[in-house]
Design a protein around this ligand. Structure first.
Ligand code: AMP
Ligand code: GLY
Length: 434
């Protein structure tokens, strides 16, 4: 391990907009040495040396990290973490920013996360865990009859498809049936039936060293495919930072009572969490309550947050790996950021790839384009996934950042590509329009 080496070599695992934003921020540091990425994408390849190793190929990634003798590995997505990539890298003496498989259960097992919250006194929705789908169905239908709405969750990583908000008893029964069907394929089934919370959502990410947390500015993502939060859930169609509706006091409260509380609880239970801890929150009339924890940076929140971060990301990552995060704080400039995702026609359902994407050299001031599903084919940038670009712009007001981001999307050539037109609108933005 060569943490503290003057110009560390860093490997960033993943291929999405989040990883491009991390690489982009690292590349702006004058302390960072070489940057590698696996597998990366066409945008990341402009800043880092990419190796075609799948993010779930733990053996391949561990071998590559050793071959290039990298000093720190930053793991973007949850899957390699839950498969034990951090444990493997640590065992071969490499510093890693990302939790062990045991600690990543805060995301991969909602039942475990609920247990941590309960033991740490972190506010969250009332819930019950079921191993028997028949009993889960009875409970969900009864709760929906009583309360009108109920939420059913699958206790596993499900790429955003493991949560159904049901608005009546019939939908509640159907939600249990459909989640139970999805789970039957791997033989294990555990469902959570949860109180449906009302309010507005925000995401708050903390960088932890296993003991303390440095909290980043809050962000807000837009998960549904279409304007007005209609249509199916996606990996995220856009994000803004700072999130509207979270003032300094509330952020401090969240940092202390949610992020620090979770990290301290996990530490006391012998499962220290090192890396980025993401809290998905519902801000209710009774205050913030946790909807979910993720064991990594959010996507697309990270694309909105990184352009506002003044602190060197390498400093935060090193302090996390070295166990001295309490000596740092994260400084943010007083600007606003909007990330608008351009997605392939048909996403999140069936879509084609290989569609040419043209990004003009002239873009509005403050704009940065984070690539997600892109690759180069015959010297031409083409789409390679559902979410293709995170068109991000910084401005001195939320309105200016939105205008710039949307202006940039209009200059980009991407046949059939679509984006939501209301990213950054909603609570806290009332009265502002393009
Ligand atoms: P999760 O993966 O647990 O964050 O759930 C995905 C989305 O489902 C959240 O962003 C919320 O929009 C919604 N959701 C999850 N849990 C609840 C809840 N208890 N009440 C209301 N909405 C929820
Ligand atoms: N934007 C939510 C997530 O990263 O899971």
């Amino acid at each position: 391990m060569a943490i503290g080496s003057p110009r560390p070599k860093i490997l960033v695992v993943g291929s999405g907009g989040r990883e491009h934003a991390i690489v982009w921020k690292l590349a702006a540091s004058d302390r960072v040495g070489e940057i590698y990425s696996a597998p990366g994408n066409a945008g990341i390849a402009q800043l880092a040396q990419c190796a075609p190793i799948d993010a779930a190929d733990i053996d391949g990634l561990a071998r590559f990290a050793r071959e290039v003798d990298c000093d720190i590995v930053i793991v973007g997505p949850e899957l390699p973490l839950s498969l034990g990539l951090a444990d493997r890298l640590t065992s071969q003496g490499q510093a890693v920013f990302g939790p062990t498989a045991a600690a990543s259960r805060i995301e991969s097992s909602k039942a475990y996360a609920k247990g941590v919250m309960e033991r740490a006194g972190i506010p969250t929705a009332c819930y019950e865990v079921f191993d028997d789908p028949y009993r889960a169905r009875q409970a969900a239908v009864a709760a929906a009859s009583r309360a009108g709405s109920v939420v059913v969750k699958l206790d596993a990583l499900a790429a955003g498809k493991g949560v159904i908000v049901a608005h009546n008893p019939e939908e509640a029964g159907a939600a249990v049936d459909s989640l139970a069907k999805g789970a039957a394929e791997d033989g294990r089934l555990r469902l959570i039936v949860e109180e449906c919370l009302e309010g507005y959502e925000a995401s708050v990410i903390g960088i932890s060293d296993g003991k303390d947390v440095v909290t980043l500015i809050p962000a807000k993502d837009h998960k549904r495919a279409f304007d007005g939060d209609m249509g199916p859930n996606t990996g995220g169609m856009g994000a803004v930072a700072p999130a509207p509706g979270i003032d300094r006091d509330m952020l401090e409260w969240i940092s202390d009572r949610v992020l620090c509380a979770a990290v301290r609880q996990m530490g006391e239970e012998g499962v220290p969490f090192v890396g980025a801890l993401f809290a998905g929150l519902m801000i209710t009339d009774d205050g913030p309550k946790v909807l979910e924890f993720n064991c990594r940076f959010g996507d697309p929140e990270t694309q909105a947050i990184m352009p506002l971060l003044d602190t060197d990301l390498l400093d935060l990552v090193e302090a996390s790996c070295n166990g001295c995060i309490s000596q740092l704080k994260a400084d943010f400039n007083q600007a606003y950021s909007t990330c608008v995702v351009m997605a392939s026609q048909g996403y999140p359902g069936h879509y084609s790839t290989g569609v040419p994407v043209r990004i003009p050299p002239e873009l509005p001031e403050g704009t940065v384009i984070f690539h997600a599903g892109t690759r180069i084919a015959n010297s031409q940038l083409v789409s390679a996934g559902g979410r293709v670009l995170g068109v991000t712009a910084v401005g001195s007001s939320a309105l200016q950042s939105r205008r710039r981001a949307y202006d940039a999307t209009e200059r980009i050539g991407f046949e059939g590509g679509y984006c939501r037109s209301d990213i950054g609108l909603g609570i806290g933005f009332a009265g502002e329009s393009l």
